[in-house]
Every structure is written in C-alpha cells, then in structure tokens.
Design a protein around this ligand. Structure first.
Ligand SMILES: NC(=O)c1ccc[n+]([C@@H]2O[C@H](COP(=O)([O-])OP(=O)(O)OC[C@H]3O[C@@H](n4cnc5c(N)ncnc54)[C@H](OP(=O)(O)O)[C@@H]3O)[C@@H](O)[C@H]2O)c1
Length: 286
C-alpha cells in the first residue's frame, strides 16, 4: 500500500474501497471481501444507508481498528449547528467505532458552514482524526480554507481519466488539501472498461483498464476508492503497486481529459435542482 500524509500528519492509504450503491444487506459481505483482499480504507456515507453493514464487517474482520481507515460523510439533511454532531454520533454507533478516521461534508449546499463547525468540534473532541469536504469546487475550497478554523484535510470530488480536475487539483495542492477521487472508473460510463487507449497501455504490462487508470491517478497524487461487488475485481483493483507507467503512457492519458463531468455535474442547474428535491425528502440520520 502507498500512503499520503494529510496536513495534520495523519497517514491515509492512497487506495481504498467505496461502498456507494451497495445495499446495507450486501455491504457486510462486500467489505469483508475487500478487507480480505487487503483494503484498509473503507469509504461510506450517511446517504448510502449502509454504515451498519460496514460496521458489522469491521467488527468481525479480526483486523485491529488502528490498521483501518474509515471514512463517512455527513448528508445535507443533517447539516446545521448541532444536527451534524448528532449525525456524527449516529454514524459512530452504526459503524461500531469510537472514532472515524475521516469525516467529510458530502455536498456544498444548505448550511454547510454550520455543519462544518460541528466537524471542527468533533475533530477537537477526538471523534474524528481528520475532516474534509466533498464536491467542493475550487472557489468553495478557497472560501472554506479562508474562513474555517480547521482547514479541510481532504476534498473528495469526481475524478477520472475523462475529468482529471487539474484546476481544482492545483488549488488544493497550494492549500494543502488532499485530492480524493470518487468515480475513479467513471462508474464505467463513456465506454471506460473498453477504452482503446487504456487497453493498449495495459496490454504492455499485462494489466487491465481499471488498473492503468488507478495507477495514473495515484501517480498524480490522487487518492482512489474504486467500488466493486465482485471479489475478483476487488483483488484486481488493489493489485496496482508493482508496475509503473511510462512518461509516454502518462502523456496519452493526460490527453484523454475532456475536463467535464461524466457522472454528476454539480455546476449544472438541472442536476442541482434534482439533488435539492432529494435533500428535501432525505431521512434525518439522528
Ligand atoms: N462523494 C461523493 O459524492 C461520491 C459520489 C460517488 C461515489 N463516491 C465514492 O466513490 C466510490 C467509487 O465510485 P463509484 O462507486 O461511483 O464508481 P467507480 O468506482 O468509478 O465504478 C464502479 C463501477 O465499476 C465496476 N467495476 C469495478 N471494478 C471493475 C473491474 N475491475 N472490471 C470491470 N468493472 C469493474 C463496478 O461494477 P461491480 O460492482 O459490478 O463490479 C461498478 O459498476 C463510491 O463507492 C463511493 O464510496 C462518492
């Protein structure tokens, strides 16, 4: 495993396992498989409805808690002073742990400053070892880094070969905020798993498309959290530490950047309107 050091000195694995779109009943078995394959970073969220499944798997894993790196995210319906703290306590109960390694604000909507103040308090109280945000554009990252007491250590944003997020990456690098990719396989969209450029590069090393993409992102300093419900794919996706891409490979993949969202564009008003509707109907965590 490769690690990055967050701005507060916490070591975070560069590769983890994401559990978006895995229902709670299936999550325990999937996370158990992932841990068995060697994953130590697990990425969940209040909105995924599967924190209990993650908690059950880590409790039964036999792996000591300090070897694991557990991330969750506060959902917008739990924002606001006090609400976010109650939701963090509920996440801790569901995850069967007394601390999280990283807690993020899931979206930059609603009273996210109120929620962020609760994240800061949770950090000061030792309930979370690191705090951060998700889906924050460069302008919001600059804003929160300027006005927050504790700067976010991580920003988790859509990042893959088709949207490499160079501008945001540069801004985050200057601010000391680690860049974490969600959707590192573009969720399979855009013909990702049959991509001819990535396939040809992978063939030189006896590697698959997904492995090439993960290696490329990690070489840029981006933390990756691929999701799969299949154990053999989980094993493939973590088997990326014993090969290196050439400068020419990297040049070709850099040229694939279309600099736009493939999955969920937070800058598109229609997409955001749909999201707002979802917030209004989302259940409260606490
Ligand atoms: N902060 C946010 O707003 C946000 C948003 C989205 C995601 N996330 C986080 O990021 C994680 C990863 O993103 P994601 O789950 O959206 O998408 P992803 O990891 O880019 O892609 C997952 C898709 O790829 C398939 N897959 C995985 N490995 C494969 C392989 N080796 N060969 C062929 N197909 C493979 C999976 O299918 P199978 O499962 O059938 O193998 C699934 O359909 C999430 O799980 C979540 O933790 C965060």
């Amino acid at each position: 495993m490769e690690y990055t050091t967050l701005s507060n000195g916490v070591q975070m694995p560069m590769l983890g396992y994401g559990v978006f779109q895995i229902d709670n009943a299936q999550t325990e078995a999937c996370v158990a498989d992932a841990i068995d394959c060697g994953y130590r970073l697990i990425d969940t969220a209040q909105a995924y409805g599967n924190e209990e499944g993650v908690g059950a798997a880590i409790a039964k894993s036999g792996v000591s808690r300090d070897e694991l790196f557990i991330t969750s995210k506060v959902w917008v319906s739990n924002y606001g002073d006090g609400n976010a703290m109650r939701s963090i306590d509920a996440s801790l109960r569901k995850l069967e742990t007394d601390h999280l390694d990283l807690m993020l604000l899931h979206q930059a909507y609603g009273d996210y400053y109120g929620a962020y103040r609760d994240l800061e308090k949770a950090y000061e109280q030792g309930k979370v070892r690191a705090i951060g945000v998700s889906n924050f554009d460069a302008n919001r990252i600059l804003d929160i880094c300027t006005f927050a007491k504790v700067k976010p250590m991580v920003n988790q944003i859509e990042t893959h070969v088709y949207w490499q997020q160079r501008e945001n990456h540069e801004v985050m690098q200057k601010l000391g905020v680690a860049h974490e990719a969600w959707g590192p396989f573009a969720e399979g969209a855009n013909g990702f798993f049959g991509d001819p450029t990535l396939t040809a590069i992978g063939q030189k090393y006896g590697r698959g498309v997904g492995q090439v993409a993960l290696r490329y992102l990690m070489d840029l300093g981006v933390i990756v959290i691929p999701k799969s419900t299949h154990k053999e794919r989980m094993a493939q996706n973590i088997d990326v530490f014993d090969f290196r891409l050439s400068d020419e490979d990297r040049r070709q993949i850099a040229a694939m950047d279309a600099n736009r969202s493939i999955i969920f564009d937070h800058r598109n008003p229609k997409v955001v309107a749909g999201l707002m509707n979802w917030f209004e109907n989302a259940p409260k965590q606490a």
